[in-house]
Each structure stands twice: as structure tokens, then as C-alpha cells.
Design a protein around this ligand. Sequence first.
Ligand code: SF4
Length: 353
Amino acid sequence: MQVTKAPRAFKEEPFTSAEQVGPEEAAALRVRARELLRAEDAVLVAHYYTEPEIQSLADETGGFISDSLEMARFGADHPASTLVVAGVRFMGETAKILTPHKRVLMLDLEATCSLDDGCPPDEFSAFCDAHPDRTVVVYANTSAAVKARADWVVTSSIAVDVVRHLHERGEKILWAPDKHLGDYVRRETGADMLCWEGSCIVHEEFKGVELERMRRQYPDARVLVHPESPRAVIEQADVVGSTTKLLAAVREMPERRFIVATDAGIFYKMREAAPDKELLEAPTAGRSATCVSCAHCPWMAMNGLRSLVRTLERGDNEIHVDPDVAAKARISLQRMMDFAKARARPVLGAGDA
Ligand code: SF4
């Protein structure tokens, strides 16, 4: 599979880890990481948006690559006593909530998420208190404390189903934190939703006007969009969905060319899934002044080989979640998993979380 950058509207820098490790050092770090994973009885679980070198190492060492919830579920089922989570902080917390008896290490505790950061638990709790008549539904990209305050946690792939179910029961929704995903769910379900004003700094950069231009340039391409993107982008999509749904679309749709509006980390798995297809990165603000992300999450980029080895050598960056908070958050997570099981629906999502 070819990944093509269109000549206009794209940032020119290559998609690389923040660590900038050369090939010789990378090879040595990979050997060392393998040794340490074995010695520490640890397994590497990585998010789709992490660097290719981390995803490939997870593949090669019997680890796992997915969204946050599936990462946590894999970790819970795996016999290793230590989970090394390559992703952002809320993913480590979710793993700890679902696997409290295991040691959960992060490559960098400073790796966070604009959705999580933009929804502080105290402010969110006050927002919930001000609207006691609403059922609280939060996206997986939130802190353990916010999950603990919610009635439901959802991923991007099951959000529409859960909200539709609640709407059919006559419930009004308080949604957080992603306003674009909330707007998409509201349009899909017709539910009465009061939305928190959060956004993902990566997906928010995708631009509808630039995408229209690109579609004219590549009229044969199908457009795949993650629903954390703005409405003007979602409305042009052939497929809207979670990372897993977008991956499946590339693999299964007969078209040869796709424009993809989600974090560039997904291209590692898309290339693997359909090596003969051409992938185009959807346009962000590119060279304009507002672009801070250009379709790669700066916090995901903090997960590199050096930080992996350092974490395993020192055994630091351990995730701790207050047991009372974890117990409450587990209830809202479990509610989603039971709902998915009852409907035989996957909960695979972004974030994706
Ligand atoms: S890509 Fe967006 S939603 Fe995902 S971790 Fe980064 S800021 Fe958060």
C-alpha cells in the first residue's frame, strides 16, 4: 500500500516518533526491550496511533495493537503480570480499572489527551449536578474520575447504539467530552443531548473545504472519517466510524484509493491490511498557522523505543487509580460491555480510545 501526501494542504514533516532514534540505536533498543519484556513478565499493548516501531514491536513480541478498551481487555486476559501500555494516560487508567491486580506501566506519564485534559473531574461533576435529569454518557477518552461520575462509558463504535437505546427509553443525555462526536451521535439518533465542549486537537484540524478540493482531485477515492472530526468533514464521508471500522473499510471495500481522516498512526495497520491500496491523508490546516497536530497526536508520539526501555529498566511510570474511583468507573465500563454482549456488538473504538 502506498501512503500519499497530496501536494497541497499538508505538513511536510515525516510521521516520526518524538524521540528521533537512528536505525542502529533502534535495533539495539528493540533487542533490549525484548529481553526486558521477558525478564519482567510483561506484555506490550499499543494503541493504533502510536509510532510504527512501537506497533511492530508489540506485534513481534506477542503483544497487541488496538483501541483503548480492547487494549485493556487483552491485558486482562493475558497471563503477564505487568502490562506496558503504549498510548496516553487514560488508556493506562482503563487497563488498571479492568485489571487492578496487575502492574500497569506507561512509557510516559505526561502523555495525555486533549479530550481528557479538557474535562476536569470537578468541573464535570458540577456540570452533572446542574442537570440531574440527564443520563451521563462519557466517551472512553476521559479520566478514571470522570468515568466514575458517569452512568455509561462508550467507545466511538458503540456510542450511537447506546444513545439510541437510551433515547428510545425516553432518557435525556448529558454527553462528554467530545463535541464533534456528540454532535454526530445526536444527528444519528435524534436524542436530546447536552454536550460538553471538548475536542481532539488532531481530528479537529481536518478541514472540510480542503477535503472538498481533495475529493475533486481524486474523484475515485472513498473518504473514511473518524467521528471526532468536525461536521463539515463527516458530511463528506463514505464511511464514518471507529479506527477498527475504518481499518475494515480499507480491507474490504473494492476501491483502490482512500482518503483517511484520522491519526496517521493508523496507516501502519492499514498498510498491513491492504498493501495494494493507496492511502491519502485527509487535509489538515497544513501550513497554515493553526495547525498544531497535522494528523498525528503529539502525546502518542511520546511513546518511543527509548522510553519503553527506560520504563522497563526502572519499573517506574506505574499507573495507580484510587480503588473507590476504579470501582465506580468499572460499573459504567461494565454497563457498556454488557450492552455490547447482549447485542452481540463489538465495542472497538478510538481513541480512541
Ligand atoms: S488523537 Fe486526539 S483523542 Fe486520541 S489521544 Fe490524541 S488528543 Fe486524544
